[in-house]
Design a protein around this ligand. Structure first.
Ligand SMILES: O=P(O)(O)OC[C@H]1O[C@](O)(CO)[C@@H](O)[C@@H]1O
Length: 426
């Protein structure tokens, strides 16, 4: 079974016939999107998870991850945006913590970097630098700092054994540097952009280092692909989600909140934000993607969602089965006033809060979509990654923007590079 989209709560905002008409009017585009796609088309390498990693590569990733899990205390993951967010999403949500994973190259704060570096002393350290285009400043210079540290501490040979470079294998500068130094090289697929790369070597090595079963993750993605590609548009949850987003945008709902009741999903939400922001925010168009971790954010943004301008809609992640349990202790006397729920499980309370939130927000004029996901497992997360990647591709295509570029990100870069004196032809 694939990811299920429950859109019954938007009946007051969008009718079934509007959705059908939106899909029907784009019939040819839909057929084109759902048709079997030639591998190796420029940016569609992610569309068939089977082509992202073959068995040989998968085995070598698993072997390297085992070595790291055995030998490392700390694994420093260097990357920014799509190069590390997918991995971080899963690591924070379900990593086993055996190896401590630190993130570098995702900002330029000296305080942050100093803190990372100060953690390394007397610990066994491995480094994975990930960059599609090694010209991005943040990961590029963080790697220079880490490279110097590793070489000084371990010597050239051992430093190389402990360094993995994930980059495009087309004579990119990272590949050349890796070859010269003798690093383990992993491929960043040429036909996959950073934000669609989590199911390739880019995400798989760090995810495996965190003890998460990458075989299951890939299986989930492959199965979700089968579901999506076998359903006609009118019954296809990814297509309906893409169509609904565009209908809601046209009605003035310009902000989408990804809402969830499991705080460890915050980095998954950040991955989702990047996916949709870089894909759709262009040509003066696009939904602004944002995120809320409930119930905590009900005590801050909850006010705005309930009563602020009616420009928001929500997409809830609903994990149907919760394995963790904790119940409220019983007391002889009701000293704190909470005895009416004593003995109740927190999982039950969290679910009650979820249902109450959807009800209140819908009543307050917020269209609410719900994605039903059986459980927070590697398999289901593989399904969810694929679902969102595909839905985002559909949604951007319906919006009429290029789903695979991000020209706007260059604006700050060129001003910064000019201020730093970088010559333009590097
Ligand atoms: O992998 P690279 O080339 O370091 O780029 C990292 C990130 O930078 C961006 O291009 C935006 O600056 C993202 O799309 C990408 O995921």
């Amino acid at each position: 079974m694939g990811i299920e989209l429950d859109y019954t709560n938007i009946a007051a905002f969008v009718s079934k016939s509007e959705i059908d008409a939106a899909i029907e009017s784009k019939k040819r585009l839909m057929e084109h999107l759902l048709a079997p796609v030639k591998e190796n088309t420029d940016s569609l390498g992610w569309i068939d998870p089977n082509t992202l990693v073959n068995q040989k590569l998968l085995t070598s990733i698993q072997k390297k991850a085992e070595e790291i899990r055995e030998k490392a205390d700390i694994f420093v993951l260097i990357g920014v945006g799509g190069s590390n967010q997918g991995a971080r999403a899963l690591i924070e949500a379900m990593g086993d913590g055996k190896v401590e994973i630190l993130y570098a190259g995702n900002n330029l704060s000296p305080k942050y970097l100093g803190k990372i570096m100060s953690r390394l002393a007397e610990k066994s350290v491995y480094v994975n630098v990930i960059a599609k285009n090694f010209a991005t400043l943040e990961p590029g210079i963080a790697f220079r700092v880490l490279r110097h540290y590793m070489e000084q501490r371990y010597g050239l040979e051992e430093a190389a054994r402990r360094t993995i470079a994930t980059g495009t294998l087309n004579s990119s500068s990272l590949e050349q540097l890796g070859k010269m130094k003798g690093y383990t090289l992993l491929p960043f697929p040429l036909n996959v952009g950073g934000r669609y790369s989590v199911l390739s070597a880019v995400g798989l090595l760090p995810i495996a280092v965190a003890g998460i079963e990458i075989g299951e993750l890939l299986k989930g993605a492959r199965d979700e692909k089968k579901v999506i590609h076998s359903r006609i548009p009118a019954k296809n949850p990814a297509v309906i989600y893409g169509a609904l987003r565009n209908i809601l945008l046209a009605k003035g709902y310009r902000i989408e909140i990804l809402s969830y009741f499991e705080p460890s999903l915050s980095y998954f939400a950040k991955w989702w934000v990047q996916l949709f922001a870089e894909t759709e925010g262009k040509d003066g168009r696009g939904i602004y993607p944002s995120m809320c971790s409930f119930t905590e954010d009900l005590h801050s943004l909850g006010q705005y969602i309930q009563e602020g301008p009616r420009i928001l809609f929500e997409t809830f992640l609903n994990f149907e089965n919760e394995r963790a349990h904790y119940s409220l202790p019983r007391e002889e006397r009701d000293l704190d006033g909470f005895s009416y729920i004593e003995g109740k499980d927190f999982a039950h309370l969290n679910r009650t809060a979820f249902e109450a939130t959807v009800g209140a927000h819908v009543e307050g004029g917020v269209p609410c979509l719900i994605l039903n996901i059986p459980e927070l497992t590697p398999y289901n997360m593989g399904q969810l990654f694929y679902f969102f990647e595909y839905a985002c591709y559909v949604s951007a295509s319906l919006l009429g923007v290029n789903p695979f570029n991000q020209p706007g990100v260059e604006a700050y870069k060129s001003k910064m590079f000019a201020a730093l004196g970088r010559s333009v032809d590097i």
